[in-house]
Design a protein around this ligand. Structure first.
Ligand SMILES: *Cc1c(COP(=O)(O)O)cnc(C)c1O
Length: 390
């Protein structure tokens, strides 16, 4: 016979999932309603209102899809692209690369705009690609590239995309709830996110929002959406309209989403964003004061909720991360792609984003690096972080 679950309580400070807020866990333990129960439909309406608040949009088609962030990615591409369409996809990390892959699988002709990992996509390069591909139906870009720690400015790029009449598609998986996504102000046409990064909710849902223009494109498709499960022409009738059954909603996850978003409404979105910014910059100040180098060189291009930091010379990546986990119950992430074995990724997302956790991870790293023979000015990291937070 298997034993009852008895797991350690970890501090999740990697690139996601992040810690879940206790009141979200409590909401998830609420007994189920049926997915067509009028009370549940009300709860879906609340959730749509709250999603509009965090996305900063009035978009009617704003809801959550089943599945993790990647399901949101598939949703916007399968619904907006048809075979033969042209898609410009910006790639400066893992998730831009994944978008290009998904767009290709939709039968689109993909034009990549690339930039080195750790740098933003320069607007000039997007302009060049648009000038050479005026018929591009969409331009897709990642707002917060979790594989490198880069925050992509979107304003200038949005203007270029609008001027050409293409649709702007944005990955806001890591930015939503940790930074302003400003869907309406930036004129974003389709955006997706995930619950497990800055929303303090477990993985399992993908919030999405579509502008009226994107809905028009969806309405005028020549062919059926190639995915039955993610077909918004049907799913929209469950979240709005006649409330027709398509698939059974993941009820408990919708409870969780409503509660996670309610917590942001209660804190105030500006305050939530500010908390991420302050703690992120404090952690970065601390790491640098310990003598470590950040992957993203320009301060204004660094994400607050995810910091990539180079592993000091002579330090064993796996050993430090496993000690962090086993001695301190702290999870951080390793590097991806070219940064594998060379960088760590430290997240401060959602419920994990607190002053307490900034200090905890800095102290633990200081101990382990010193123990591993690395010369660290003891106390310098904690002091720099505390000074920043003063
Ligand atoms: C995590 C992440 C995804 C994928 O989300 P999953 O929940 O792992 O499917 C996509 N884009 C970005 C920027 C991410 O950080």
């Amino acid at each position: 016979m298997k034993e009852e679950l008895n797991l350690p309580v970890r501090l999740l400070m990697g690139p996601g999932p992040s810690d879940v807020h206790p009141s979200v866990l409590k909401a998830m333990a609420t007994p189920l309603l049926g997915h067509l129960d009028p009370k549940f439909l009300e709860l879906m309406n609340d959730t749509m209102d709250l999603l509009r608040m965090v996305f900063e949009t009035k978009n009617d088609m704003t809801m959550s899809m089943p599945g993790t962030g990647s399901s949101g990615m598939e949703t916007i591409f399968v619904n907006l692209l048809e075979p033969g369409d042209k898609a410009i996809v910006c790639v400066n990390g893992v998730f831009g690369g994944r978008m290009a892959d998904v767009a290709e699988r939709c039968g689109a002709e993909v034009v990549k705009v690339e930039a080195p990992w750790g740098e933003i996509i320069p607007p000039e390069k997007v302009k060049e690609a648009i000038d050479a591909n005026k018929d591009a139906k969409v331009v897709a870009i990642v707002h917060a590239e979790t594989s490198t720690g880069v925050m992509q400015p979107l304003e200038e790029i949005s203007k270029l995309v609008k001027a050409n009449g293409s649709l702007l598609l944005v990955d806001a998986v890591t930015s939503l709830g940790g930074a302003h996504v400003n869907v309406d102000k930036l004129g974003i046409d389709a955006v997706y996110s995930g619950t497990q990064k800055c929303l303090s909710i477990p993985p399992g849902l993908a919030p999405v929002s579509f502008s009226d223009r994107a809905v028009e494109v969806l309405d005028n498709r020549k062919k059926k959406v190639q995915s039955w499960y993610l077909d918004l022409t049907m799913i929209r009738n469950y979240w709005g309209g006649e409330r027709a059954y398509h698939h059974t909603a993941p009820i408990s996850m919708v409870y969780a989403l409503r509660e996670g978003l309610r917590l942001i409404e209660k804190e105030g979105l500006d305050n939530t964003v500010d908390r991420h910014f302050r703690n992120g910059r404090a952690l970065q100040a601390g790491l640098q004061a310990m003598g470590m180098k950040l992957v993203v060189e320009k301060e204004e291009e660094r994400l607050p909720m995810l910091t990539s930091v180079m592993i000091p010379e002579g330090v064993n990546d796996g050993e430090v991360r496993s000690k962090l986990l086993n001695q301190y119950d702290i999870e951080i992430g390793g590097g991806l792609g070219d940064l594998k074995g060379k960088a760590w990724r430290i997240g401060l997302m959602g419920h994990s984003c607190s002053e307490k956790n900034v200090m905890t991870v800095l102290a633990a790293l200081e101990n382990l690096l010193t123990e591993g023979g690395c010369k660290v000015d003891r106390g310098a990291g904690l002091k720099a972080a505390a000074d920043y937070l003063k």
